[in-house]
Design a protein around this ligand. Structure first.
Ligand SMILES: [Zn+2]
Length: 111
C-alpha cells in the first residue's frame, strides 16, 4: 500500500470513463480505492407566518451517494469526476485559450 500521507496526482475525467457497480479505477481497473462524494436525503420544512415550525429529514433513503472523486491507491491518482458536458466544455475552453495565445503571438501557455 502506498504512503497515503503523500499527495496524490490529480486528473479530471469525464463521468462516462468511470465504471460503477462496482467502482474500479479508470486507469488500472483496481479496486483499492477511496471514494469521495455527497450523500443527500429528502428534507422538508414547514413555515407558518414566516417562521419554521417543523423540520423533517428522512435518513432512511438508500442509494443517494453522488460519486465526485476516486483515489486509486495503486496509481496514486485522485480522479475528479465531471459530467461529460462539463468535461467537454472545459476541454473546448482550454483549446480555445491555446488558439488565442497562438494567434496573439504569445505562444503556448505554460504547462
Ligand atoms: Zn489505478
Amino acid at each position: 500500500m502506498p504512503d497515503r500521507s503523500a499527495p496524490f496526482r490529480s486528473e479530471i475525467i469525464p463521468a462516462h470513463q468511470v465504471k460503477i457497480n462496482p467502482v474500479v479505477c479508470p486507469r488500472c481497473g483496481g479496486n483499492d480505492l477511496m471514494l469521495f462524494g455527497q450523500m443527500s436525503f429528502p428534507h422538508h420544512e414547514v413555515m407558518e407566518a414566516g417562521v419554521i415550525t417543523s423540520k423533517e429529514t428522512d435518513w432512511n433513503v438508500k442509494e443517494n451517494f453522488e460519486l465526485l472523486a476516486v483515489d486509486c491507491l495503486r496509481c496514486e491518482v485522485r480522479y475528479h469526476i465531471q459530467s461529460d458536458e462539463n468535461f467537454l466544455l472545459a476541454k473546448t475552453n482550454a483549446e480555445l485559450h491555446d488558439k488565442v495565445h497562438v494567434l496573439s503571438g504569445r505562444g503556448n501557455r505554460p504547462c
